[in-house]
Every structure is written in C-alpha cells, then in structure tokens.
Design a binder for this molecule. Structure first.
Ligand code: RTP
Ligand code: MG
Length: 148
C-alpha cells in the first residue's frame, strides 16, 4: 500500500491545527501508521529540503521548519501521495482552493502549514529521514477488520 510523509509545520502546531489536519486525513479514509511531535534539527531540515538548497528562500525555509515543534506522520492508503498533495492544496495559498488545508487556513507561502511528499521517491526518502524502520505500526482500521 502506498505511503507518504506528511508534516504539520511549526505554524500549524502553533495555531492549534494539528487535530484539524489529522481529522481531514482520517476522514478521507487514510490510515496513519506513524505519528510523532518533535523539534526537527537543522541538519535534518536541510536533508529534508535538499532539493531547494540553491533557492533564495532556503535559509528562511530551514529557519521556519526548525522554529518550533512539528508533527510528522506516515500516511498510508491507495494513491496517498497524490491525494495528500491535493488535500494540502497549492504551495502558495493565493492559489490554493477553498476546501484544501492551505486554502482554508493559510495566506502566505512562507507559512503554509503542511508538507507532503511529492513523488514515490520523495516519500521513500523522507520517511527514512524522519522515521526508523520500527517506528511504524501494523494494525487494521475498522473497515479492514473482518467481524464475521
Ligand atoms: P512542501 O515541500 O513543504 O510540501 O511544499 P511544496 O512541495 O508545495 O512546495 P516546494 O516547492 O517543495 O517548497 C517547499 C516549501 O518552501 C517554502 N517556499 N517558499 N518564498 C518562496 O518563494 C517559497 N517557495 C517555497 C514553502 O514553505 C514551501 O512549502
Ligand atoms: Mg515540496
């Protein structure tokens, strides 16, 4: 089953949106198989956003994601990678549709609340950066449980 890495960035935590975001992920039908709140250190943040290291906003991006605790998740389900990107909405909240997390709660790119992996390769890479092999759990959601 497809897995993706999702982060509630420090502004999402500071604004008390963790429950709202987790709720949207769960209601969509996805299964959270790993979940942690922690401060992401600078080296980890730089590794996570390595693709942007030459960009002019790189230093402020690293300062932003290390500015407070964030919530990291592994989200599992059919088409989880692309659907989580749709749930998050466009990178720049100006372009994010209402009904998306960024379209409902954000007004600027530098405070856009959430992250989700953008490809299978990125998902694999980001999950291994943020989680150890034994940190995800194996369980059945109610719709996966055979009662009879
Ligand atoms: P993310 O990686 O955080 O899920 O966001 P994304 O794929 O939608 O966008 P990406 O291009 O990967 O950019 C990563 C994050 O960098 C910040 N950013 N700032 N000032 C700027 O022009 C700018 N552009 C990007 C945003 O926090 C963006 O989410
Ligand atoms: Mg990205």
């Amino acid at each position: 089953m497809e897995e993706t890495y999702v982060m509630v960035k420090p502004d999402g935590v500071q604004r008390g949106l963790v429950g709202e975001i987790i709720s949207r992920i769960e209601r969509r039908g996805f299964k959270i198989v790993a979940l942690r709140m922690n401060f992401i250190d600078e080296d980890t943040a730089k590794e996570h956003y390595a693709e942007h290291k030459e960009k002019p906003f790189f230093d402020s991006l690293i300062a932003y994601v290390t500015s407070g605790p964030s919530v990291s998740m592994i989200v599992q389900g059919k088409n989880a990678i692309s659907i989580m990107r749709t749930i998050n909405g466009a990178t720049n909240p100006v372009d994010a549709s209402p009904g998306t997390i960024r379209g409902d709660f954000a007004i600027e790119t530098g405070r856009n609340i959430v992250h989700a992996s953008d490809s299978q390769e990125a998902a694999r890479r980001e999950i291994s950066i943020h989680f150890g092999e034994k940190e995800s759990v194996d369980y059945r959601k109610i719709d996966e449980v055979c009662l009879y």
